[in-house]
Design a protein around this ligand. Structure first.
Ligand code: BDP
Length: 714
């Protein structure tokens, strides 16, 4: 059947165009249940049905159908679903579903409408194989909270623009100080999010400026309008708020978290939010960080601050995401003892056990700041009595700014699978899921130990399972016609949602899903070649990016202005605390306990020992933990200096290959997508060469060591 054109979708190509439903080939589906999210399921199937000549039935006695989607509690249910529904009702979870393909009609069951919606998108991913005989499968998300933080400003910020660190045009929510008012687009966005499993967003920047602060009060209507548009896709809205709100919005003389007037102000403001948005998710707070106000002003700590907001949200079931990204951004670069990497742990680990249950401490994945290679933050292993969320950057601030192909799935997969207590212990994903948490917090006594290297916790799974904080990503979407600037950067958003749902998924398989859903076979010239080529270009692209940028985990050799392109000494003599300490003898930061800043001691065993030891430290993180001479021999057998030269030459060659491969797809994929990616690959190549030349020359001049292959380095 030839699909009829669909304007709304054609304007913004992304995963799940109508053609993606084609392989499912539904001619008659039955949907049982009621509620707004069930209506969404019906609408999705009706839209597909209209294009592919099928029908959606709503009555259990509809007769012969090819597919059944039903709430376990729906009444009546068709005979094919009734018995199983009776058996499994109440066991499928708040977002889970079950797919029974053992009979002649596939039956999808869920206890909740959200589960039914996620189940529908699972069916679309399966395509034609949804009808193959198969044992019963059950699905439920590993992480309850899968959230995107939009760093969108309502007003255009004089330095950061409409979206801070945004590389996809303006905000989809805001324009020039007002709501953008493009409901179709927001709704479509909700659909994309639901189809990859994201269930929460924040609609404004963590740096809360004057206009954005007012979203909490007199501009709440704009937030409610967004919530209304996203609700049909089970996406809950959150707000970034300023800790100083009682002063700047409420006119109080103080924002002291222990002051009764302050408490009362937050209680009232929060009640008003829930009057307007009954399913409001909660607040996100960046406090005492990079100039944002916070509890330190009043001599209070972060537990006092977070518990204040948690108290206001608790009666309504809301949560506060309190960011652990707290450090001194006015360091003396001559002082080698202050270490920015230590800061989050030093501030937060001692507070473990003091946070209320509806506080989520949101921890950046690495100890510094979203660099393309960092060790996993030790905070994640140091707060067993606290709900922790892991924060990653989907927006590619430090990974090519959506001008470079850089598929982040493999990186997040490594991160989520990392075992801070060694191979037998819990993973980062387990921690984000809440597994092994040892206490309820609830603002109890000051019981935190803050112990790092010395702690006895083995990290073994077990104990009571308390809710976790989930996975949070800084969003990469904007008003760009391709949503993400680089059309291939959409895969990062997709992978973020899918890995939040199931962190054990193979990132290549996730990419494969995205390719199939974004370039459905019926829309491309040679589906097998398209699929293969996209894998060849994207699978290893994060490591390619790493090869031509800052070496061996040293990070931050970027242009300080916009963080794009090389700036070899860009931050070296600045107060931001991000240094590489390259001199004529060597490079890297000594973070050991023996001779450096002691940061390695924040890790439990075995990592404290591995990172401490220059012989055992993984190569890719060597310069994060150690200052070594240029002729230091890596575990790979190469010297540091030769590794730098080799990887930088190799990285550029790999980008050239990417470009050639993409050319093969001319005429086989959508022409506008092809043209956009082609143009960006030229820029990636230009920029990769610039990185290669500056990094290689810089280290050649510092070290005086020639390249063993005598390639041109000046
Ligand atoms: C840094 C960004 C800055 C953000 C900050 C944050 O450069 O724009 O405000 O992170 O996470 O990486 O708060």
């Amino acid at each position: 059947v030839q699909p009829t054109p669909d304007r709304a979708v054609a304007r913004h190509p992304a995963w799940l165009p109508p053609e993606a439903f084609g392989p499912l080939g539904i001619r008659s589906a039955l949907v049982c249940g009621t509620g707004p999210l069930v209506d969404t399921v019906v609408e999705e199937l009706t839209r597909a049905g209209t294009r592919y000549g099928g029908r959606v039935h709503r009555h259990a006695r509809a007769g012969a159908v090819e597919l059944v989607l039903a709430l376990t509690g729906a009444d009546p249910l068709p005979p094919v679903a009734a018995r199983l529904a009776g058996e499994v009702a109440g066991t499928l979870g708040a977002e889970g579903f079950l797919l029974d393909r053992s009979g002649h009609v596939p039956v999808l069951l869920a206890d909740t409408p959200a589960g039914l919606l996620y189940g529908l998108f699972h069916l679309v991913r399966l395509g034609g194989s949804a009808f193959d005989l198969h044992p019963v499968e059950r699905h439920r998300p590993a992480l309850d909270r899968r959230m995107l933080d939009h760093w969108d400003n309502v007003d255009v910020h004089p330095v950061m623009g409409q979206v801070e660190r945004g590389y996809a045009g303006g905000s989809i929510f805001w324009r020039d100080g007002a709501a953008r008012n493009e409901p179709d687009r927001i709704r479509e966005y909700g659909r994309l999010l639901a189809a990859c499993g994201v269930n929460a967003i924040t609609v404004n920047n963590v740096n809360v400026h004057a206009t954005e602060a007012r979203l909490l009060t007199d501009r709440l209507g704009d937030v409610a309008a967004i919530a209304d548009l996203l609700r049909p896709y089970a996406v809950r809205v959150h707000l970034s708020v300023t800790f100083a709100a009682p002063v700047v919005l409420g006119g109080l003389p103080t924002a002291d978290p222990l002051d009764d007037r302050v408490r009362a102000w937050w209680a009232t403001a929060t009640r008003q939010v829930y009057d307007r948005i009954p399913d409001f998710g909660g607040y996100v707070v960046k406090a005492d960080s990079e100039g944002q106000p916070g509890p330190f002003t009043y001599g209070r700590d972060h537990a006092d601050g977070a518990n204040l907001l948690a108290g206001a949200l608790a009666p309504f079931g809301g949560v506060v995401h309190w960011r652990a990204f707290v450090y001194n951004h006015r360091q003396d670069w001559r002082d080698r003892t202050t270490d920015r990497a230590r800061a989050a742990y030093d501030h937060f680990a001692p507070l473990d056990g003091r946070f209320r249950d509806n506080v989520i401490v949101q921890v950046k994945h690495g100890p510094i700041d979203f660099q393309a290679r960092e060790p996993v933050s030790p905070v994640l292993a140091a707060m067993p009595a606290t709900r922790l969320a892991v924060e990653v950057q989907v927006t590619q601030e430090y990974t090519g700014q959506q001008r470079h192909v850089c598929y982040l799935g493999p990186w997040w997969s490594e991160l989520l699978g990392f075992t801070p207590w060694g191979p037998q212990g819990r993973t980062v994903a387990d921690i984000a899921a809440g597994a092994g948490r040892t206490g309820t917090g609830a603002g109890g006594g000051r019981t935190g130990t803050g112990a790092g290297a010395g702690r006895t916790d083995t990290g073994a799974a077990g104990g009571r399972t308390l809710p976790g904080g989930g996975l949070v990503g800084v969003a990469n979407v904007g008003a760009d016609p391709f949503w993400t600037g680089h059309p291939l950067a959409q895969a990062n958003l997709y992978a973020f949602g899918r890995l939040g749902w199931d962190p054990r998924l193979d990132p290549r398989a996730v990419l494969d899903e995205w390719i199939g859903l974004t370039f459905p076979p019926s829309t491309t010239g040679d589906p097998a070649l398209v699929r293969r080529t996209l894998h060849e270009i994207m699978d290893d692209s994060w490591r390619t990016y790493e090869r031509y940028t800052a070496p061996l985990g040293v990070g931050f050799m970027v242009n300080p202005r916009d963080h794009y392109g090389p700036g070899v000494d860009g931050y070296e003599y600045s107060p931001w605390g991000t240094y590489h300490f390259a001199d004529r003898d060597g490079v890297g930061v000594d973070r050991t306990r023996a001779t450096g800043t002691g940061f390695t001691g924040q890790y439990p065993c075995p990592w404290a020992e591995r990172y401490e030891s220059v012989e055992q430290c993984p190569d890719e993180l060597l310069l994060f933990f150690h200052h070594v001479p240029y002729d230091h021999v890596l575990r790979s057998g190469s010297t540091v200096i030769q590794h730098i030269y080799d990887t930088h030459f190799a990285g550029v060659e790999q980008v050239k290959t990417m470009r050639q491969r993409w050319q093969r797809l001319a005429g086989l994929v959508d022409a506008a997508v092809h043209a956009r990616v082609s143009g960006l690959l030229e820029e990636q190549l230009r920029c990769a060469r610039e990185w290669r030349d500056q990094i290689n020359t810089y280290f050649f001049r510092k070290s005086g060591v020639p390249d063993t292959h005598s390639r041109p380095i000046h």
